[in-house]
Design a protein around this ligand. Structure first.
Ligand code: ASP
Ligand code: MG
Length: 469
């Protein structure tokens, strides 16, 4: 008789002997074997108790010394009475080395063996972390993805997590043991090791947090949070104490490379609160929020409802090397846009902003769009070759644009953000070439040489500059 998953024998790590339902349903937790907990920070006999998944990236576990520093962060949370699950990346540079070895072995390798090799980096850091924690007096046990198990599909090298059975993790947590789980990997329906695609351990951490219903998923990385803009361009950029999932998605896809986009999407879907914080902070220093008051250090990525003081604009982003392409006198009839962008998609060219004008005479119109500078030549050639199908008079364009965006959930309810953005740019004499908007974002394409000036001007204009800088 199969064991109910919650009671699965801890010792039989090799077998996946759980109740079937648990494996099928994504992130459906078994009834918790531990005391009832409230959402957020429950108070149990006067002690604040939370369940936290903490994830350490490659730089945080780059060597044994760093792993020890990371472990001290874990110990602090455990000592505070929290239940902690750890998810680790490989040591920085390790995965690249492993990928290199695979290609050296054979250019035409089997993707299943690629995964067997490149998943090994995380196994090393998980084991080392468990050893270091135990040495500090924190009971701990390492888990490879298949041991949890983290179920994925069988898209080797780019697998997606389809479900996590939390039973084994729950039972270790109930015993006061810290599970240390390998990020970036799982097990396929055929029982093979899979990897999630580069940078995938953020996603592993969010998935584990969803599965064990964690109060928070702390991402320890080499930056101390999410900023209103790139601090290298604007030294007055401020660290945000909170940002909504949607804003973070916009920031992430626009070049604020703090979190893998997929992990933010998953966090938003499962309402997993993410905290981005620095691994290099002294683990034993008082825990202070960005405003200097006692609290959680770093930036909390959370549901919009949790943000009391909503800014109209939360951030300004910049993406350089954007080329624009214009097709003139395109036939104004159904199927033309599909043909143009279909031809580009077939070539794997990612198109960003798209603007089509209304037709004056009902016969022809103009369409302008942007692609990365590096794809410009290929895109123009593709359109020339597809000329027959598309029927346009002329294609023209240029490289060297910059896309500047202002982002903020407050835009939904405040009129005039776009016009004030255009005014701020006009005051600096900056010409706008293209405009696109979404519910929480307004973007413009301008000449690359004014990019930094524009970002600084907008940052100041929307009151985002740090007061004391
Ligand atoms: N170690 C993997 C990589 O370098 C996964 C990760 O670090 O997120 O891509
Ligand atoms: Mg990484």
């Amino acid at each position: 008789m199969p064991l109910p998953c919650c009671l699965a024998e801890k010792a039989i790590l090799g077998s996946v002997g759980h109740e079937r339902g648990c494996l099928r349903l994504p992130f459906v937790a078994c009834p918790r074997p531990i005391k009832k907990r409230t959402a957020g920070f429950g108070i149990v006999s006067g002690i604040p108790l939370a369940r936290i998944v903490v994830k350490f990236g490659g730089t945080s576990v780059a060597n044994v010394e760093r792993i020890r520093q990371a472990a001290r962060h874990v110990k602090r949370e455990v000592d505070a009475g929290h239940q902690v699950c750890v998810v680790v990346s490989a040591m920085s540079g390790k995965t690249n080395e492993l990928v290199g070895w695979v290609s050296e072995a054979s250019k035409l390798h089997d993707a299943r063996e690629y995964d067997a090799v490149v998943a090994s980096g995380e196994q090393v850091t998980a084991g080392l972390m468990a050893i270091v924690l135990a040495e500090m007096g924190v009971p701990s046990r390492s888990f490879a993805g298949w041991q949890v198990p983290i179920q994925t599909d069988d898209a080797h090298g780019a697998a997606r997590i389809v479900g996590i059975d939390p039973a084994r993790l729950e039972s270790y947590l109930a015993d006061g043991v810290v599970p240390v789980i390998t990020g970036f990997q799982g097990i396929s329906p055929r029982g093979r090791i899979t990897t999630l695609g580069r940078g995938g351990s953020d996603t592993s951490a969010v998935a584990v947090a969803a599965a064990v219903k964690a109060d928070r998923c702390d991402i320890y990385t080499d930056v101390d949070g999410v900023y209103t803009t790139d601090p290298r361009i604007v030294p007055k950029a401020q660290r945000l104490s909170k940002i909504s999932f949607e804003e973070m998605l916009e920031m992430a896809s626009l070049g604020a490379k703090v979190l893998m986009i997929r992990s933010v999407e998953m966090a938003m879907a499962h309402k997993v609160r993410l905290l981005v914080r620095s691994t290099f902070d002294d683990p034993d220093a008082p825990q202070l929020a960005p405003d200097g008051t006692p609290g959680v250090p770093g930036t909390l990525v959370c549901d919009e409802d949790e943000i009391v003081e909503k800014q109209i604009v939360s951030g300004v982003t910049l993406a350089k090397a954007e080329a624009k392409i214009t097709l003139r006198d395109v036939k104004d009839r159904p199927g033309v846009a599909a043909a143009i962008f279909g031809a580009l998609a077939d070539e794997g060219i990612v198109v960003d902003m798209i603007v089509q004008n209304i037709s004056d005479d009902g016969a022809t119109t103009d369409i302008t769009f942007t692609v990365p500078d590096s794809e410009y030549d290929k895109a123009v050639k593709t359109l020339e070759n597809a000329g027959e199908r598309i029927a346009y008079a002329k294609v023209s364009g240029s490289k060297g644009g910059a896309k500047i965006s202002v982002i903020g959930v407050g835009m939904r309810s405040h009129a005039g953000v776009a016009s004030s953005m255009f005014k701020a740019l006009a005051d600096k004499g900056i010409n706008i070439q293209l405009i696109t908007t979404s519910e929480i974002k307004t973007s413009v394409l301008i000449d690359e040489q004014y990019a930094e000036l524009a970002v600084r001007a907008l940052h100041t204009y929307y009151g985002l500059d740090k007061k004391d800088a």
